[in-house]
Design a protein around this ligand. Structure first.
Ligand SMILES: Cc1cc2nc3c(=O)[nH]c(=O)nc-3n(C[C@H](O)[C@H](O)[C@H](O)COP(=O)(O)OP(=O)(O)OC[C@H]3O[C@@H](n4cnc5c(N)ncnc54)[C@H](O)[C@@H]3O)c2cc1C
Length: 389
C-alpha cells in the first residue's frame, strides 16, 4: 500500500514489492514459529526470548533502523505490514515487537548522538539486546509530565531515584531509555531521557504484572535506587526528554494502530471461517443475516482502520507532521479491534468462550490497544488540540 503519490496528487492503494515480500515472509514465519505456541506462552505468561532472537535475524526487530546501523532500513509501510502480520497470529508478540522497534530503538535512532547510535542500534536491530522504554510511573500515566522519578546532577554523573511501572520488557530488557525529572514539576523542559543498561548499579527490575491479555509480552517495574548514570547517557540534551517522548509516541501510536489492525483482522478471519463451518438450523450460520451483518461491519471497519493506519505511516515516511494522523489511526483502530474481537467471540458462541478456540484471546489482547501509549480519551485530547489550534 503506497497511499499518497504526491507528484500525481492521487491516492494509490497497491502494496509495494517490499510489503508483499514482508507479508509473505511474516506469514510463513508466524505460521511455523508462533502459531503452534500461542496458548502455551499465553497460559504460562512466558516471554519467548528465543523467538525474538529469530525475529532479530529476520530483520523484524530493526525494521526502521538504517542498514548502516545493521537494520533492515525499511519505512513505516513495511513496518505496519510486518506488525499486522505478526499481530494477526499473536497480539502479544506484536506488542513486544512494537515496543522494541518504535519506542526504545526509535528513541535512540531519532534523538541519539552518533556515538549512541553506533553503540546501541546494531545490537537492538538484530535483537542481540532487547529494548525497553520507561515513561509511565505508578501515579502518573496519562499525566506523564508530572513524573516523580528524579535525576540529580553530581559532577559528570546523575543520580536517579524512583520507579517506572508497566514497562514492556522491564525484566528482560538489556537496555532502557528512561525519561526522568531533572527540573521543575510542570515544566515540559524539566525532563531528560537517559539510556540505561542492565547491570548498572542501582538499576533493577521489580514486579512482573499478571495480565488479562498480551500475556506473552512481559510487563514489569523498573526501580532506581541511587542509580549513577554518566552524562554521556543522556539522549540529546538535558531538558529535552518529554518533548522527545511525545515525538516518539507519534510514531509509536502508528505501531499500536497496526497492532490493533492485526488483532482485528485475526479475529475477523477466524469468525469468517467459523461462520461458514458451523451449522445451526441445517445451514451454516454465515447464512443468517444477523451474522452476515456482523461480518460486514467488521470488514468495513477494518478497511477504514487500515486506511487511517497506512495514511499515518505514509505521512511519517515523508517527514510530515503526524500527531493528529497517528492519534486518529490509534484511536479508531484500537476501538474497532475491541469491537471486532467482541463480535468474533459472539459469532463463535459458546466456543468463543473456550480456550480451545482463538476468539477469547483476541478479545483479551485487543483491550490493551485502547490503553497503551495513551488511552482513547488521551487520543481524543490530542486530536481535539490539533483541530482547535
Ligand atoms: C501491557 C502494558 C504495557 C505497557 N508498556 C509501557 C511501556 O513500555 N512504557 C511505558 O512508559 N508505559 C507503558 N504502559 C503504560 C501505559 O502507557 C499507561 O497505562 C497508559 O498511558 C495509561 O496510564 P494509566 O494506566 O496510569 O491510566 P490513568 O492515566 O490513570 O487513566 C485512568 C483513566 O482516566 C482517563 N483519563 C486520564 N486523564 C484524562 C483526561 N485528561 N481526560 C479524560 N480522561 C482521562 C484515562 O483515559 C483512563 O480511562 C503499558 C501499559 C500496559 C497495560
Amino acid at each position: 500500500m503506497n497511499l499518497m503519490d504526491e507528484k500525481a496528487g492521487v491516492l494509490t492503494f497497491e502494496k509495494t514489492e517490499n510489503q508483499n515480500m514482508i507479508a509473505n515472509m511474516v506469514h510463513a514465519f508466524g505460521t511455523k514459529e508462533i502459531a503452534p505456541y500461542v496458548m502455551q506462552w499465553d497460559e504460562a505468561q512466558e516471554f519467548p526470548m528465543p523467538l525474538f532472537k529469530k525475529m532479530g535475524k529476520l530483520g523484524l526487530m530493526g525494521i526502521l533502523v538504517p542498514e548502516e546501523y545493521g537494520g533492515a532500513g525499511f519505512g513505516y509501510l513495511e513496518y505496519i505490514t510486518a506488525l499486522v502480520g505478526i499481530s494477526k497470529i499473536d497480539g502479544s508478540i506484536g506488542l513486544s515487537m512494537a515496543a522494541h522497534n518504535s519506542l526504545c530503538t526509535n528513541h535512540i535512532l531519532q534523538f541519539g548522538s552518533e556515538e549512541q547510535k553506533k553503540k546501541y542500534l546494531p545490537k537492538l536491530a538484530i535483537a542481540e539486546w532487547i529494548g525497553a522504554w520507561g515513561l509511565t510511573e505508578p501515579n502518573t500515566g496519562s499525566d506523564a509530565g508530572n513524573m516523580k522519578t528524579v535525576a540529580v546532577k553530581d559532577g559528570d554523573h546523575y543520580v536517579i531515584n524512583g520507579a517506572k511501572n508497566f514497562i514492556t520488557h522491564g525484566r528482560s530488557g538489556d537496555v532502557a531509555v528512561v525519561i526522568v525529572r531533572t527540573g521543575e514539576v510542570g515544566d515540559s523542559h524539566g525532563m531528560t531521557a537517559f539510556i540505561i543498561e542492565k547491570g548498572t548499579t542501582g538499576f533493577s527490575s521489580g514486579k512482573k504484572e499478571n495480565k488479562l491479555g498480551m500475556r506473552a509480552s512481559e510487563t514489569a517495574e523498573l526501580i532506581f535506587t541511587d542509580c549513577r548514570v554518566h552524562k554521556s547517557q543522556i539522549v540529546g540534551k538535558e531538558g529535552e526528554g518529554f518533548i522527545q517522548s511525545m515525538k516518539v509516541l507519534d510514531g509509536g501510536r502508528i505501531s499500536i494502530a497496526a497492532l490493533s489492525l492485526g488483532i482485528a483482522t485475526g479475529a475477523y478471519e477466524a469468525a469468517l471461517k467459523y461462520s461458514q463451518e458451523r451449522h445451526q438450523f441445517n445451514q451454516p450460520i454465515s447464512k443468517f443475516q444477523g451474522i452476515g451483518f456482523k461480518l460486514a461491519d467488521m470488514a468495513t471497519k477494518i478497511e477504514a482502520a487500515s486506511l487511517l493506519t497506512y495514511r499515518a505511516g505514509d505521512l511519517k515516511n515523508r517527514g510530515k507532521e503526524v500527531t493528529k494522523a497517528s492519534a486518529m489511526a490509534k484511536l479508531y483502530a484500537s476501538e474497532i479491534a475491541v469491537e471486532a474481537a467482541n463480535e468474533s467471540l459472539q459469532i463463535f458462541g459458546g466456543y468463543g468462550y473456550i480456550k480451545d478456540f482463538p476468539a477469547e484471546k483476541f478479545y483479551r489482547d485487543a483491550k490493551l490497544c485502547t490503553i497503551g501509549e495513551g488511552t482513547s480519551e488521551i487520543q481524543k485530547l490530542v486530536i481535539a488540540r490539533a483541530i482547535l489550534k
